[in-house]
Design a protein around this ligand. Structure first.
Ligand code: ATP
Ligand code: MG
Length: 409
């Protein structure tokens, strides 16, 4: 509100737009607030002391209030795109999008009608050029303009349609939905780093299971996680899909309870089936289980990196979670204590519980570890501290097997 009032009194138009308006109208808590204005980024900066300009391609103003940031963007235009020098199109895809425009033009370049609502403080009303209010009331996700060309312009909109449908419990209206399966392959052209960000938003919004099912329905999941899709479709057993379902349900529950969720665990769940299958094949041809998992993990991560780039800070813990699984079967002597002291023990144990719940492994195995922890609470386990540091040293010295492609290399 401060940003809107301040820009108005400096003589500019200013509106709250996007998810902020949508979520407030739905009685939900907005994740962030975006403001659209006819002031240029430099003009915005001159109005606020607490303002920074960011971005080279898209110049945006960030107005800071303590830890909160209000993103202020100048109205942009989607019109006459091809004619503008500032903006290039390649196969219908937007490469640059830096042409300023009017409020109406700004509304037209947004993705869905429910995201193109503008709230202003001149008269405290919502401006709706595209029928967004009706769609909000009817629970409809509708792309503005011609769906096929809007999806081609930016294929990430395919994922956004699914994300909002799942998160808000809305339906994607028929004309928007019609080309989705056919256009799913366009995700191949989206940079792997952007897809990583989008996948996090898809699976960390509290409706991961619903989102997963919709992604598969629209053939989008196969574009994001081809190895997983392949493994799930060609599997005769129930447990791999149960495992993913349970893992996603867990994630949703943790988010509802406002507990932290780590992307590493989520990605470890999503990629487990291909890792498991590959490692079993390697073991069948005589490779030791430890090495088999290591090789399988490297191969699966390397292939996955072509689609979604998973930063090392997540792929390293993923490898640990997978690698530690084989060590759960060693119950003798100090080994369980050593495993217990591993920094990633807790995540690996949660992973084991999921495998047991989905009948991939014997529940008795998970129970053994549950009892073990009850018998040896962390503080009382004499080796724990010591082993933790040793474990780290040992890991550092261990070498990777030769001739193994690694996603992280
Ligand atoms: P949330 O923040 O809850 O995920 P949001 O709708 O605010 O949802 P943002 O990614 O924050 O989504 O984007 C803000 C607004 O910018 C959107 O509401 C939409 O109007 C516009 N927008 C974002 N991404 C796109 C896109 N790929 N194509 C067209 N418009 C977009
Ligand atoms: Mg937002």
């Amino acid at each position: 509100m401060k940003v809107l009032y301040r820009l108005n009194s400096a003589g500019y138009q200013a509106y709250l737009v996007g998810g902020g308006v949508r979520d407030l109208l739905l009685g939900r808590e907005p994740k962030d607030f975006d403001v659209a204005t006819d002031a240029s980024p430099e003009q915005v900066k001159s109005v606020f002391n607490n303002c920074r300009l960011i971005g080279r391609r898209f110049r945006l103003a960030h107005v800071h209030f303590g830890r909160e940031i209000i993103e202020v963007a100048t109205f942009r235009s989607n019109q006459e795109a091809a004619k503008q020098d500032d903006r290039q199109l390649e196969n219908g895809r937007i490469l640059r999008d830096n042409v300023y425009g009017t409020l109406e033009e700004d509304a037209q370049r947004r993705d869905f009608t429910i995201n193109a609502l503008y709230y202003g403080v001149e008269d405290f009303s919502v401006i709706d050029y595209a029928g967004g209010i009706d769609d909000l009331h009817n629970g409809v996700i509708r792309l503005l303009g011609d769906p096929e060309s809007r999806f081609r312009e930016d294929p990430v909109r395919l994922l956004r349609a699914v994300r909002f449908a799942a998160k808000l419990g809305f339906v994607i209206e028929p004309a928007t939905e019609a080309p989705m399966n056919r256009l799913a392959v366009l995700l191949q052209d989206v940079p792997a780093a952007r897809l990583f960000e989008e996948v996090l938003k898809l699976f960390l919004a509290g409706t991961a299971l619903e989102t997963f099912e919709k992604l598969r329905h629209y053939d989008l999941f196969a574009q994001l996680f081809p190895a997983t899709e392949e493994a799930l479709t060609h599997e005769d057993h129930e447990f791999p899909i149960t495992f993913v379902n349970r893992g996603l349900q867990n994630t949703d529950k943790r988010i509802q309870e406002r507990k932290p969720v780590t992307p590493a665990f989520l990605f470890a769940v999503l990629l487990w089936e291909p890792v498991r299958l590959r490692s079993e094949a390697l073991q069948a041809s005589g490779t030791h289980v430890y090495e088999a998992v290591q090789i399988a993990a490297s191969e699966v991560l390397a292939k996955q990196a072509k689609h979604i780039s998973i930063p090392k800070r997540f792929s390293y813990p993923m490898r640990d979670i997978w690698q530690l699984q084989s060590r759960f079967w060693q119950h003798n002597g100090k080994r369980p204590h050593r495993l217990r002291g591993h920094p990633r023990f807790r995540a690996a144990y949660d992973f084991l519980l999921l495998r047991a719940e989905s009948d991939e492994v014997d529940q008795a195995e998970a129970d053994w570890w549950t009892r073990f922890q009850e018998r040896w609470p962390q503080e009382e386990s004499p080796q724990a501290e010591e082993q933790q540091t040793q474990g780290r040293k040992r890991r550092r010295r261990r070498r990777k097997p030769k001739n193994t492609a690694t996603a992280d290399d």
